[in-house]
Write a protein that binds this ligand. Sequence first.
Ligand code: HEM
Length: 403
Amino acid sequence: MTKAKLVFDPFSMDFFNGAYETYRRMRDEAPVYYSDEHDFYALTRHEDVAPAFKDFDTYSSAYGIDLATIRNGMPTESGPRMIIFMDPPSHRNMRSLLNKVFTPRAIQAQTENVVDKIEKYLSRLDPDGFDAVQEFTAPFPVEVITTMLGVPEESAQQVRHWIDDSLHREVGQVETGEQAMKANIDQAMFYLDLVAKRRAEPRDDLFTKLVQAELERENGEMDRLDDLEIAAFASLLGGAGAETVTKLVGNAVYMFAKHQDQWQMMREDRSMISGAVEELLRYEAPSQYNVRRNMRDVHLHGTTIPEGSPVFLIAGSANRDERAWTDADKFDITRDRAQAQNLGLGYGIHSCLGAALARLESSIALDRLLDFMPRFEVDFDKCTRVQMQNVAGWKNVPVKVLR
Ligand code: HEM
């Protein structure tokens, strides 16, 4: 029997449904995969993906980190400057500014904010039937971030709908669609208005801190962020910080319904929660891939990736690479985390700025869910997945708490 042609299409149902079988074949049969349909390359083995994330000289972020933007071929620095689209030295300067704002102490100080938002949405759930994503894991993380930023509470869910629209993709749709474009513009206008308000009237929030912070520019001069830079960063935080936590905790509900024994273990020993968060990041990375533009010809596994190509670094595959992990496809919250570098929160200079907040939110959410639903069941037939650019996970997970 001849094998089906190996096709990895990040804008297909195969990807939206979790392309783990495709990734396995890519690792085995085409460790440097080339898509003739979309003209990109992809790395899937842990030993290739991890060093590529670190090698910013070869794999640049400055042309965008999604296929459509990189294909435009324009350095993103000509537009609003977002840290995730920067290479050093700009990246280093921006990161050191943000590190002053995202200190471990500042994140720890968000605990009350996180608990408030989690309890607010948990208290509204009907134990006899609720949708874990729509009613819980989607609304709370965006409210954590927007509260931190200083966005009025009544606008938080609007921000989430803008982000959802911005990331949504139909099958076969590579480019940003009209609705996504409109959402991006509406969101930018909304944030620009808030920045102006904070300039006029400072408050104790992240927007005000960003307005006041100083950074060193490439020419060595000290400067403040301009309105567009702050608005762009605020949109990034929503996309990078809210969608991902939503997916991680949504995946948790689904996975623990399949592994009730591990749920019970964790219920009895809450110190296992941190291992569970890491395993969820590994097993189904909410951010499946980030794309880079390679800045020189790369020779790898007998293939040459020509300079200027979009290269997918697929953390979602590297985290399941059987060459790096024992029983890579087994979900096990007690697994030895020292086996390999978990790439779920990125790696290298762009590794997640909000990692501490992501872990805090996910841990508290799991802890409270353990109390709220000691035993539960999921209607697996009614679970549906999102269709998004780079983010993977569930859109609907119907749950019933068992008494
Ligand atoms: C489970 C939750 C999260 C996951 C899985 C996640 C994942 C990631 C990944 C994979 C990257 C690397 C991107 C790249 O290399 O191009 C990243 C970067 C980033 N994340 Fe997160 N993230 C999460 C939560 C958060 C939160 C809560 C925040 C905000 C408070 C945040 C803010 C950022 C920012 C600003 C960057 C860019 C950093 C840079 O370019 O230096 N993330 N994240």
